[in-house]
Design a protein around this ligand. Structure first.
Ligand code: GLN
Ligand code: ZN
Length: 759
């Protein structure tokens, strides 16, 4: 048995990756110093794999591995040609008209979406070869890794001219895979040939897209592509993870030396393997340790599993279930975790240690076996349970998920109370998180600022935000979220059952990192979490101020969570805590409450046939938050930056009163989908401008978007808002942008009035 770990976080123990990139971008690091820093990080990072039998290379992308693949294949939009090295590379990633950024499978990592114009590829930069050479120079023999042609093409978009100087951007059509595929495979072959010439014997090809639904015709292509790639003189291992492979038989027949199976995400791969057997001549790369969650593994149970697996497979390689970059680097740096938690956690470094231990135990090392037993024993002792919370969940009845009366009646009561104009204007919640606010927060965290001085400073920012919004003439105001570092971490710090880390950073995209909290026990709310700031804001104005909460699905999905109870039950625990907060906000006189669910789509399983079970509980969890809200309290929700077109009917089932949804990325497509719902059944603000751009939207552009929305939705059902929160913008951008938004909304509302009185 051999061990293989891959995808170790590129961030570095001290977030060196982030620092290097950001300093290079702002000009404070020369190109040479940057390259030296990266080389140093590569060396350090490779040490993490010590003791593994197979050591991967080409894993330290300078921005994103999908971008690397596009560059390698010369798959560059014409606006970025000719390719001029790093300057083009970073222009593609973050320059003007950069590639679109979107979520990577069902994770919270974001990749750059390659744009394909023509089915022609050429080897532009041979990253895998360069990296093999780099490490050889250091005396380490590595196995190059690369994203496979199928995943690359499946996740890319085809760009075609569509008249009017506009372009149409869409995933490849089924028949386009043939043409693009053979061109891509030729370029991949060139890479593999170069590796063979260099004496490389094995390469690892990532094909997570095989866990999506893969049509029959694609399997035909895959067989022929991999036939061609296997003739280049390098043995291939293909990996598929994040879910079971879409067709086990087709996959196991691919003409390659080894195939990887994820045995953690669910039991399907294991069931299929037992049903159809495993090809004798192939190596199995068995993903048996969780690469997505932070818990130590039950190693004795894993050993038993390996014994069963071994009955079917001769050549066995043990590995994590997926790349390790979804985990922070190491838990050993943490100093403030709740009692008893640290020894239950494994981040990337500790996961690799588990692989070593597992192999040693498998080989009969008595020390390793004892250690494995001790770990299993520890994990079996109950931890952080709260029976009252468990009882509250088990006592839930159907009625607890059903708000009454129905939305149309509620909206009448709400309108009577709120007296909002036609096309009401609002924002999504956050206002600029200025350097001053970040400084305040860190001073407070370091104890340099007292709690009361900190609260007073936050109040001053709230006062400013309210004054600005009143002056702009917005209809529904927000307090600005200045007290929140992050929409999940803020609540995690105020809920029991949650831990937050000091150093548990994970890459979200580019150099952007976040620290997912850890749900380790039953979740409950010891005290109100938002009432003070919201009621303070409301005391400053007669306009309604929205209470701002993060929904249960997003709280769960943007954290790590315990595995000993179903995710569904955990979502209900979270929902009950949020429901308590809703009740307290109502009691404090708050008339509108927004429960954000930007991650709602993200939890959807990769295969549609699994969707219903996820959406059933995700919808119920959200409904549990507001089912007991008073009819006259207006419940809003917000979603953004996901593919919502195919889930609008699930969204509608959330039974909110108003939705604000990002619209600029889907280029208005989402509006047409709303037309498929019963007329007027959903009240929605489709984002009228992109918050990621510093550009100020023109009044006429916003009017045009509203006109488009009004073709589909009745005016009473339409709200006006930006795409998302404004925390990454500056006030100098926010104020004129919102001014134009309010102007556009008023003009359009005026026209609607005029035409309704005329007819
Ligand atoms: N209310 C949050 C904000 O405005 C929502 C953020 C999000 O959708 N990711 O920042
Ligand atoms: Zn958003």
């Amino acid at each position: 048995m051999r061990t293989f770990a891959f995808g170790f976080p590129r961030l570095g123990v001290h977030r060196q990756y982030k620092t290097l990139l950001e300093r290079f971008w702002d000009g404070s690091l020369s190109s040479e110093a940057f390259q030296q820093g990266i080389a140093e990080l590569k060396r350090e990072r490779l040490q993490e794999y010590q003791g593994m039998d197979v050591i991967p290379s080409n894993e330290l992308s300078l921005y994103d591995p999908m971008l690397d693949t596009a560059v390698m294949l010369g798959a560059l939009p014409s606006r970025f040609r000719p390719y001029a090295g790093l300057s083009t590379y970073f222009a593609l990633a973050r320059g003007k008209h950069a590639l679109e950024l979107t979520k990577w499978f069902n994770t919270n990592y974001h990749y750059l979406v390659p744009e394909l114009e023509e089915p022609t590829f050429e080897l532009v930069q041979n990253f895998p070869l360069d990296d093999v050479r780099f490490h050889r120079h250091e005396g380490i023999e590595t196995v190059p890794t690369l994203i496979g042609p199928y995943t690359f093409l499946r996740l890319s978009k085809r760009v075609r001219p569509a008249g009017d100087g506009l372009v149409r951007v869409a995933p490849l059509r089924e028949e386009e895979f043939v043409e693009f595929g053979s061109a891509a495979v030729a370029a991949y072959s060139a890479v593999l040939h170069s590796l063979a010439t260099e004496g490389v014997q094995l390469a690892v090809v990532h094909e997570p897209a095989l866990a999506l639904e893969v049509p029959e015709s694609h399997w035909e292509l895959l067989a022929s592509w991999y036939g061609e790639l296997s003739r280049c003189g390098v043995q291939l291992w293909v990996l598929c993870y994040y879910d079971s492979v879409s067709d086990y038989r087709r996959y196991s027949e691919l003409p390659v030396a080894g195939i990887g199976l994820d045995f953690v995400s669910n039991d399907e791969n294991w069931a299929e393997l037992q049903r159809y057997g495993f090809p004798r001549e192939k190596t199995l790369i068995a993903g048996i340790l969780n690469g997505r969650q932070v818990w130590r593994s039950d190693l004795i149970e894993r050993l038993r599993f390996l014994e069963r697996l071994h009955l079917w497979v001769e050549e066995l390689v043990i590995a994590p279930s997926c790349p390790l970059f979804h985990l922070p680097v190491t838990v050993s740096l943490e100093r403030n975790l709740p009692e008893g938690l640290q020894e239950r956690l494994a981040f990337a470094r500790e996961r690799i240690a588990e692989l070593r231990l597992l192999k040693a135990a498998w080989e009969g090392d008595p020390g390793a076996l004892r250690e494995a037993q001790a770990q299993t024993q520890l994990l079996q002792t109950p931890f952080a349970r709260n029976e009252r919370v468990r009882q509250r969940v088990s006592a839930l009845r159907e009625g607890d998920f059903q708000r009454t009366p129905p939305a149309p009646l509620r909206r009448q009561l709400q309108q009577h109370r709120l007296q909002l104009p036609l096309l009401p204007t609002t924002t999504i919640g956050s206002f600029p998180q200025t350097a001053e606010i970040r400084r305040l927060r860190s001073q407070y965290a370091r104890g340099e600022l007292s709690a009361s001085a900190y609260a007073a400073a936050i109040e001053q920012h709230i006062r400013h935000a309210i004054a600005v919004q009143e002056e702009l003439g917005l209809d529904v105001l927000v307090h600005g979220e200045f007290e929140r570092s992050d929409m999940v971490e803020y609540f995690a710090q105020r809920l029991e059952g949650f831990a937050t880390t000091e150093h548990g950073w994970v890459l979200s995209y580019g150099s952007r990192v976040y620290r997912p909290p850890i749900i380790y026990g039953d979740v409950w709310r010891p005290a109100p979490m938002t009432v003070r700031e919201i009621t303070y804001a409301q005391s400053l104005t007669s306009k309604p101020v929205k209470g701002m909460l993060t929904g249960p699905v997003t709280m769960l999905l943007w954290s790590y969570w315990r595995q000993d109870i179903p995710a569904e039950e955990l979502a209900y625990e979270l929902a009950l805590a949020i429901a308590d907060e809703v009740r307290d906000l109502e009691a404090a006189g708050i008339r509108i409450i927004q429960i954000d669910e930007p991650a709602f789509r993200e939890g959807a399983p990769l295969k549609r046939r699994h969707w219903d079970s996820y959406f059933r509980w995700a919808i119920r969890a959200f409904r549990l938050c507001h089912a007991r809200a008073r009819p006259e309290t207006q419940i809003h929700t917000h979603m953004c930056y996901s593919e919502f077109n195919d889930i609008v009917h699930f969204i509608a089932e959330l039974d909110f009163d108003v939705l604000s949804i990002e619209g600029s990325r889907s280029k208005g497509e989402i509006v047409d989908r709303f037309a498929t719902l019963p007329p007027g059944s959903i009240h929605v603000g489709v984002g009228v401008y992109d918050v990621h751009s510093p550009a100020i939207p023109e009044v006429s552009d916003i009017e045009a978007i509203l006109a488009r929305v009004l073709q589909v939705l009745p005016p009473e059902a339409v709200w006006v808002n930006p795409d998302c929160g404004l925390k990454t913008r500056r006030w100098e951008e926010v104020i004129p942008a919102l001014r134009n938004m309010v102007t556009a909304a008023r003009r359009v509302a005026h026209r609607v009035h005029a035409s309704s009185t005329n007819s």
